[in-house]
Design a protein around this ligand. Structure first.
Ligand SMILES: Nc1ncnc2c1ncn2[C@@H]1O[C@H](COP(=O)(O)OP(=O)(O)O)[C@@H](O)[C@H]1O
Ligand SMILES: [Mg+2]
Length: 248
């Protein structure tokens, strides 16, 4: 894809020459080495590649959770380098949903309260927040467990709560780090249908890191990373893309 300086209105995410290293001196580990990527509005992208190639680093930068070293990263038209820490807090709160690999649920809060957090942070009242949390938990098959604590759930159930929390405030950018790793095939399909519904909305974009071959069929595009750069980008399967318009 060619560079589009200033053309960020056309894409949800634009990365150019993105670099990021961890550590310093002898211990310095380059994680991203000049990565270029565009993600269009309405696009659901899956990111694959060997462990350590920089996938989590990339989605963390896109989600404004981690600062990059050099290069450009524009998200929803905003150059992340120009944002203050407070701007980034606001961007994350309003516009980003992040499904962490380790779920990161708050152990002392019930499922409904965990899922309510992004809404409460955005000023939604507690009653409405809890109702919306209950609705999305229901959709993910956890309606009867809303008052349970995370420790009372299986890994797969916790993963679905993490997904519910990432989506409940209708964020425009959703990043997921292996969102189906703990799910059986049927539950994985439920989750992917919900994620797709989000991506289908015109002003949204989704990036899903995955090792799960079963879900690649849902992608608009499959992007392969290796050693801190993108090595391949291929369109997803048209048959599945067609089926998308038949979703309830
Ligand atoms: N917080 C960190 N401190 C030091 N090194 C890190 C840190 N996070 C990631 N790395 C290193 O950066 C590289 C890319 O990591 P990561 O983005 O987690 O890869 P992936 O998600 O593809 O497995 C790896 O070499 C990893 O060890
Ligand atoms: Mg990772």
């Amino acid at each position: 894809m060619t560079a589009m300086p200033g053309g960020s209105q056309e894409v949800a995410v634009q990365c150019r020459g993105l670099t990021k290293s961890f550590g310093a001196g002898e211990a310095r580990v380059p994680a991203l080495r000049g990565l270029d990527l565009d993600i269009g509005y309405g696009e659901m992208v899956m990111l694959v590649g060997p462990s350590g190639c920089g996938k989590t680093t990339l989605i963390s930068i896109i989600a404004a959770v981690l600062d990059h070293d050099a290069g450009l990263c524009r998200v929803l038209g905003q150059d992340l380098k120009t944002l203050t820490a407070a701007d980034k807090v606001l961007l994350r709160r309003k516009a980003v949903g992040f499904v962490f690999q380790a779920f990161n649920l708050i152990p002392t809060l019930t499922l409904a309260d965990n899922v309510s957090v992004p809404l409460l942070l955005n000023g939604v009242g507690r009653t409405v927040a809890r109702r919306r949390a209950a609705e999305i938990l229901e959709r993910l098959g956890l309606g009867t467990r809303a008052e349970a604590l995370p420790s009372e759930l299986s890994g797969g159930q916790q993963q679905r709560v993490a997904i519910a929390r990432a989506l409940v405030h209708s964020p425009r950018i959703v990043v997921c780090d292996e969102p189906t790793s703990a799910l059986d095939a049927r539950t994985g399909d439920t989750v992917l249908h919900l994620l797709r519904e989000v991506a289908l909305q015109e002003n949204r974009a989704l990036v899903i890191v995955t090792h799960d071959n079963r879900i690649l069929k849902y992608a608009d595009r499959i992007i392969e990373m290796s050693d801190g750069v993108i090595t391949q980008s291929a369109a997803g399967q048209p048959a599945v893309a067609d089926a998308r318009s038949n979703l309830p």
